[in-house]
Design a protein around this ligand. Structure first.
Ligand code: NAD
Ligand code: DAU
Length: 332
């Protein structure tokens, strides 16, 4: 393998993955990204020009995707509409990018017989009760709740069908909630950090008892690279770092780390259909491929992330007012 095509490589996790690949392999990378509101060219700054190229284009357009896939040895597919709240407002780009876009990539890798790794989410499994001793595994039945998670579930089913029916050489990963630098400020952790920087109280949906299983984006990247290099074709691997925390705990930790009283937040309107708990059992990935997360201490990872947002105000500041105005319309 010499040339890698990374879709969505200008987004939060995709850009982290490109940096990881450049640092840990000799591969050359082409990023295919539509540069939606969620993308950022800055996240790719400083990478070697002779090893990384950005192509601006839409994964749902076969005339863009097909020739690019033909020129590369493998595709790692991150591109997606990724925010649940946006999918409740307007599902249409989620259907187009996540389902039609994945279909377009599958047809291209089928035509040119290229290796594919499809990046997906734990949300395809629906949610768990708070006291359920079980966690999600590769055998958990699909049960998505939101237009976003249903569109990702649809994309996973397409990949599995193309593997079985057409022999496409693909793997799938389903990861839990990521945190770290370059995450759009519409998402929970960066929204609250930037609110506190602005002297605004964090906004907690509903009771705040909802649990997410946090993993640092660097660990997601190392897992995806490991699966690309060593995963068994046709297999699904769950990625998680045993990071279950409820939203109330996370908000209190952000406030504590930023020197604010731990009750200095507001409860706001809940998300429609809000999933209660996600939790990943990642034993298959760890035992079969020997992967382990490096960020084991959420508090120190969060402290680094807070420092990053404090130091990169020029990056997020232009988007803050518009992001908050959208939430304010919904009482959130
Ligand atoms: P993001 O929203 O930050 O980035 C998505 C990227 O895809 C952006 O750069 C955007 O411009 C690009 N894109 C969107 N539509 C496109 C199109 N039609 N053609 C080409 N490019 C397009 O998302 P993220 O949080 O980095 O998530 C990346 C992937 O990882 C997604 O597939 C998501 O479902 C999955 N995932 C995310 C998380 C998480 O916690 N953020 C967890 C598990 C899985
Ligand atoms: O589980 C993986 C998924 O994690 C990914 O597939 C998605 O792309 C990613 O966005 C994320 O989805 P969530 O919906 O869990 O993430 P979000 O950051 O939107 O919200 C995390 C939790 O925080 C969720 O329970 C909703 C809550 N929340 C969110 C916001 C934006 C709040 O309480 N207040 C907020 O302001």
């Amino acid at each position: 393998m010499d040339r890698l095509l990374v879709t969505g490589g200008a987004g939060f996790i995709g850009s982290n993955f490109v940096h990881h690949v450049i640092a840990h392999t000799d591969l050359r990378v082409t990023v295919l990204d539509k540069l939606t509101y969620a993308a950022s060219r800055e996240a790719l700054a400083g990478l070697p020009e002779d090893r990384v190229e950005l192509v601006v284009g839409d994964i749902a357009e076969a005339e863009v995707v097909d020739p690019l896939v033909a020129e590369h040895d493998a595709v790692v597919h991150f591109a997606a509409e990724s925010h649940n709240d946006n999918s409740l407002h307007d599902p249409s780009p989620f259907i187009r990018t996540n389902i039609l876009g994945t279909y377009t990539i599958l047809e291209a890798v089928r035509r040119h017989d290229r290796r594919l790794h499809h990046v997906s989410t734990d949300e395809v499994y629906g949610d768990l009760e708070l006291d359920d001793p079980k966690r999600f595994t590769e055998d958990t039945p699909y049960n998505p709740s939101s237009p976003y998670s249903a569109s990702k579930a649809g994309s996973d089913h397409l990949v599995r069908a193309w593997v079985r029916s057409f022999g496409v050489r693909a793997t799938v990963s389903n990861c839990s909630n990521n945190y770290g630098p370059w995450q759009h400020i519409e998402k929970f952790i960066p929204r609250q950090i930037t609110n506190v920087i602005d002297g605004v109280r964090p906004k907690l949906y509903g009771s705040g008892e909802n649990v997410r299983d946090w993993i640092h984006a660097d660990d997601h990247s190392s897992a995806v690279l490991r699966i690309l290099e060593q995963g068994r074709v046709g297999e699904t691997y769950l990625i998680g770092a045993d990071g279950e925390k409820n939203n109330l705990e996370v908000v209190r930790l952000i406030l504590k780390l930023m020197g604010r009283p731990e009750d200095d937040f507001d409860h706001v309107n809940d998300r429609a259909g809000h999933d209660l708990r996600y939790a990943i059992e990642s034993g298959k990935l760890r035992q079969e491929l020997g992967w382990a997360p490096k960020f084991q201490d959420f508090e120190s990872g969060l402290a680094d992330t807070i420092a990053w947002y404090q130091e990169h105000e020029d990056w997020w500041r232009p988007h803050k007012d518009a992001t908050e105005a959208k939430y304010a319309e919904k009482g959130q």
